[in-house]
Ligand binder design. Structure first.
Ligand code: NAD
Length: 277
């Protein structure tokens, strides 16, 4: 399936639909990432803390997909936000991946109480200047800390990766992103199996109308909003199914009906403002 790309600040582009490997053990990650690459995914999302960068790197080499056709993201963990630690952590991630650069490096969480989220951002700016990473961004920054790093350094993240799905639409942050030319990337796009999102009658009704699956409808909604989305599955048929969402086009009315599913208590994961480690 043809996956659209979005332009990143700085001139690179990112495939809008990628493959995430949270909670996938290293050896399993090598297998399922290879399945994903064979299915046609060209954008992979891992992190130091997932413990599977080595497996993801192995899959990349086994696949034979040329490096320049791939978009690889990894993330700086919360225990290495001090400047020198962050530089070393990125080098170690590249070593485990077997790559000489990643396309996108993210600060994984702001952890405001730790007080190092500005320093970590400065380290990513340095890593980009050194050429170890093509684009830099953040993940899980509350609005306040997001605005602070931009004001302090004059450099806006190319991307902000946040929990986002129809039950938790993050309108306030998306507004700030639009003002600064920051792309929004959704983690937990399918709701992480923590809610009844994929059984919601609005979602299943639209799915039936298109002969599509509920997961495809939710992913097509992300794409319709110019959001980058990185669903995870370890089931080969679902890996293929999720990628095919790139070919599902929702009507404006369908997008609006899903927009109406936003809930004040829709967050499924940790709150970035209060996460402490
Ligand atoms: P997700 O919303 O992608 O949900 C994954 C789960 O949904 C699967 O385990 C499976 O149970 C189910 N599923 C997948 N495809 C399906 C289908 N076609 N039909 C029915 N059910 C299906 O949640 P996630 O894995 O947590 O998030 C996606 C990716 O985002 C992660 O793998 C990771 O790369 C990234 N992530 C980042 C952060 C962060 O803090 N930056 C946090 C969580 C996840």
């Amino acid at each position: 399936p043809a996956v659209p790309s979005l332009e990143l600040a700085g001139g690179h582009s990112i495939p809008q639909l990628g493959y995430g490997v949270f909670k996938v053990e290293n050896d399993v990650a090598a297998d399922v990432t290879l399945t994903a690459l064979e299915a046609g995914y060209r954008h992979l999302d891992t992190a130091k803390v997932y413990g599977n960068e080595e497996g993801v790197g192995r899959a990349i080499r086994t696949s034979g997909v040329p490096r320049e056709e791939l978009f690889v993201t990894t993330k700086l963990w919360n225990d290495a936000q001090a400047f020198d630690d962050a530089i070393a952590a990125c080098e170690a991630s590249l070593e485990r991946l077997g790559l000489d650069y990643v396309d996108l490096y993210l600060v994984h969480w702001a952890v405001p109480s730790q007080g190092q989220y500005v320093e970590a951002w400065k380290a990513l700016i340095e890593l980009q200047q050194r050429g170890l990473v093509r684009a830099i961004g953040v993940s899980n920054y509350p609005a306040e800390q997001l605005q602070e790093i931009i004001e302090t350094t004059g450099v806006a993240p190319a991307i902000h990766q946040i929990e986002l799905h129809p039950y938790f639409q993050q309108r306030e942050l998306r507004e700030i992103h639009a003002q600064h030319g920051i792309l929004t990337e959704a983690w937990g796009p399918l709701g992480q199996g923590k809610s009844d999102l994929l059984e919601n009658p609005v979602v299943t009704g639209i799915a039936e109308a298109h002969g599509a699956s509920p997961a495809q409808v939710v992913l097509a909604w992300h794409l319709a909003h110019s959001i980058v989305t990185i669903p995870k599955s370890v089931t080969p048929s679902r890996i293929v199914e999720n990628l095919a969402a790139a070919e599902l086009e929702l009507t404006a009315d369908e997008v609006a009906a899903i927009d109406d599913l936003d809930r004040p208590d829709g967050r499924g994961g940790a709150d970035p403002a209060t996460k402490t480690s």
